[in-house]
Design a protein around this ligand. Structure first.
Ligand code: ADP
Length: 202
């Protein structure tokens, strides 16, 4: 099974991915967290290039992200799914569509085709959107250590991404939206209940 956790920066994705993984460990279900820009040696190199801010073409940047995505699918997502593990995506296709359509203005159909190329059809079974206001997200990002240019996104961009995420969630049966302004433990409980129900249905 492949579960993606989505939301704007500061929504609480990494926190909830880790709590979900810890709980799955506790109940004896094997899982792995996949973070596109961190999880393979290749993506770490790509991350360095992106952080260095030397790419001056937004579309080139998009293709670099895509190359990372291909690598993550072939190296981690596909083999771990095949091994029966739950793959927890800390961001993924949703962020790719949200960012590139709302900020770069690339057509959703084009983006879907590009994603299909990378994933070879291995889509998330479900995507959990942690929805928070830009104000809450920025307050939380401000408290985070080790900020990079990815953590320093302006409020206008975050707002556009939030709206695109909500639109994606509204138009897709596979998405569930959770109020990300709740406490960490409340959200964890909602995610656990959702995952249990989802596993029972699939
Ligand atoms: P993301 O991965 O979406 O950028 P993080 O999980 O890294 O977000 O969380 C960003 C910051 O907000 C961290 O300092 C984290 O401890 C804090 N945080 C996460 N979820 C909540 C929450 N529900 N309420 C309050 N603070 C939170």
């Amino acid at each position: 099974m492949f579960i993606e956790i989505e939301g704007i920066d500061g929504a609480g994705k990494s926190t909830q991915c880790q709590l979900l993984k810890d709980w799955l460990d506790y109940i004896g279900v094997e899982s792995i967290i996949v973070k596109e820009l961190d999880s393979t040696d290749f993506s770490k190199q790509v991350r360095n290039v992106l952080i260095a801010d030397i790419m001056k073409d937004a579309h080139a940047e998009m293709f670099l992200f895509l190359s990372c995505k291909c690598q993550v699918f072939s190296q981690l997502i596909r083999p771990n799914m095949a091994a029966g593990k739950i793959v927890i995506g800390d961001r993924g296709s949703g962020s790719f569509i949200s960012y590139n359509s709302s900020i770069l203005g690339v057509e959703k159909d084009v983006l879907m085709n590009l994603l299909e190329m990378c994933s070879l059809g291995d889509h998330p079974n479900t995507t959990i959107l942690l929805d928070v206001s830009v104000e809450i997200a920025q307050e939380r990002i401000g408290q985070k250590n080790g900020q990079t240019r990815f953590d320093l996104v302006g409020s206008e961009i975050l707002q556009k991404q939030r709206e695109k995420f909500l639109e994606l969630a509204e138009n897709s049966m596979d998405w569930a939206t959770i109020d990300g302004s709740k406490s960490i433990q409340d959200i964890h409980q909602i995610i656990k209940d959702y995952v249990v129900k989802f596993m029972g249905e699939t």
